[in-house]
Write a protein that binds this ligand. Structure first.
Ligand code: KQY
Length: 365
C-alpha cells in the first residue's frame, strides 16, 4: 500500500457527497460484549438486516473477527455481501474506516484519520483502540488504494458531512472538543479539512444531539440532502433537552452561505421518542471499567437523520415509534429518485449510534 505524503487536495482529490455513485459499502460485525447486549446477538440480527437492505442496491463488505467469521458468513447470506476477516475493537466503520476521496479521473484514495475512541482517556468510550485505529489502513490495503494518514490529527467520519461542492458541516461540540485535537484551534482544524477533503467552507453547528456518546456527531443531527439543502433533527417541545440545540443549529443554518454562495433550505426531521433502554436491555451489557456505562434513565440519542444514501436507495432506521411514518414520508419526499427502506434501528441505537455510523461508502472512482 502506498502512503501519500502530500495532501489529497494538492493531488487533485476531494471527498464526494454521499449521493455520488458508490462501488460498495463497508460494515463491521458487532460482538463487543461491553457495548452490545447479550454478546452482540441482537445487534448481529440488526446489522444483518442493514447489510441485506444495502446489498439490494450495491455490494457490501462486512469485516469480521476470526472468532465470528463462520457465524457472520452464514448469516450474511446474500449474493452481494462479501465477508473479510479483520480484527477490530468495535463496529463503527463510519468512524474507524477510511474517508474515500476521488479525483474525477478514475483515482480512488483514502484518508486514514487518527482515531482515539471518541476522546481517548478524556471521555472516550473504550480502551485500547489500536485495532480500530488500524481499520482504515487495512481496508485501503484490501482495496489497493493509497493512503493519507493524519498522524496526530484525530477525526471520525461521523463528525462531518459534505455536499460534494465545497461545503462541509460539523459541530463545535465534537471537533473543538479538547479530547480530539487540543493542540489546534478552529482555523487550524479548518485548514486540515480544507487540505484533506478539498472543501472551501466549514459550517459549524454549536452542538449535536443531546446525550450522543460521540460528543455531538453531526451525522446523528444534520445532513445534506442535496447541495443547498439540509435535513436537521427537530423538536418543537421546549421540555425536550434537544430544543435549545435545534434552535441554535437553525440560527446558524439560516444565516450562512455555502461554498457556492447559496442560502440553505432547512428541512426539519422530527426526533423520535423520548427513547430509553429498558433495565433488561442494560443488564445484558457486560460491565467493564472504562467502557460506556448503560443506564435505563439515560435518554437515547435516537435520530432518523442517521441514515445512509446508497445507489438508488435510502436505508433509514425505524424505532417502533409514532414518528416512524412521518420520517419515512419526509425521506420519500426529499429523495424522490430513491427507494426508502426503513430498517429496525433500536438495537443499533442501544449500542450508541445508528445506520450511518455503522456504514462507510466507497465511492465509484
Ligand atoms: O455513533 C457513532 N458514530 C459511534 C458511536 C460509538 C458508540 C460506542 N458505544
Amino acid at each position: 500500500m502506498t502512503s501519500q505524503t502530500r495532501s489529497p487536495r494538492a493531488d487533485g482529490f476531494s471527498m464526494p457527497a454521499e449521493w455520488a455513485p458508490h462501488s460498495r459499502t463497508w460494515m463491521v460485525w458487532p460482538e463487543r460484549p461491553d457495548n452490545w447486549r447479550l454478546g452482540g446477538k441482537p445487534a448481529q440480527t440488526a446489522f444483518t438486516a442493514v447489510a441485506k437492505a444495502i446489498a439490494d442496491f450495491e455490494p457490501v463488505t462486512v469485516c469480521v473477527s476470526a472468532g465470528q467469521y463462520e457465524n457472520a458468513r452464514a448469516r450474511l447470506d446474500h449474493p452481494a455481501i462479501r465477508v473479510v476477516e479483520i480484527s477490530t475493537d468495535d463496529a463503527w466503520v463510519r468512524d474507524t474506516g477510511p474517508t474515500f476521496v476521488t479525483d474525477g479521473q478514475g483515482g480512488l484514495r483514502g484518508i486514514d484519520w487518527a482515531f482515539n475512541a471518541w476522546g481517548g482517556f478524556d471521555g472516550g468510550l473504550y480502551a485500547p483502540w489500536q485495532r480500530d485505529d488500524q481499520v482504515a489502513s487495512k481496508i485501503l490495503e484490501i482495496e489497493g488504494c493509497s493512503r493519507y494518514r493524519t498522524e496526530g490529527f484525530v477525526l471520525e467520519g461521523g463528525s462531518i458531512h459534505v455536499d460534494g461542492e465545497g461545503t462541509l458541516i460539523t459541530t463545535e461540540e465534537c471537533l473543538l472538543n479538547r479530547n480530539r485535537n487540543p493542540h489546534l484551534d478552529r482555523q487550524q482544524i479548518e485548514a486540515v479539512l480544507h487540505e484533506h477533503l478539498a472543501v472551501d467552507k466549514v459550517i459549524w453547528l454549536p452542538e449535536g444531539l443531546f446525550n450522543d456518546e460521540t460528543d455531538g456527531h453531526v451525522d446523528n443531527f444534520c445532513c445534506f440532502v442535496r447541495p443547498g439543502e439540509v435535513l436537521l433533527a427537530w423538536t418543537d417541545d421546549q421540555q425536550n433537552p434537544n430544543y435549545p440545540r435545534c434552535q441554535a443549529a437553525l440560527r446558524v443554518l439560516e444565516n450562512v452561505e455555502d461554498a457556492c454562495g447559496r442560502r440553505l433550505t432547512v428541512h426539519k426531521m422530527p426526533i423520535p421518542g423520548p427513547l430509553y433502554a429498558t433495565a433488561e436491555e442494560c443488564a445484558g451489557v457486560d460491565l467493564v471499567s472504562g467502557s460506556q456505562e448503560r443506564n435505563p434513565s439515560s435518554r437515547l440519542a435516537g435520530s432518523y437523520v442517521n441514515f445512509l444514501i446508497v445507489n438508488g436507495g435510502i436505508i433509514a432506521p425505524k424505532f417502533d415509534d409514532p414518528m416512524d411514518l412521518v420520517a419515512e414520508s419526509l425521506l420519500k419526499r426529499l429523495f424522490p429518485q430513491h427507494q426508502v427502506v426503513m430498517v429496525p434501528g433500536r438495537e443499533i441505537l442501544l449500542g450508541g449510534g445508528n445506520i450511518h455510523c455503522i456504514t462507510q461508502q466507497q465511492p465509484a472512482p
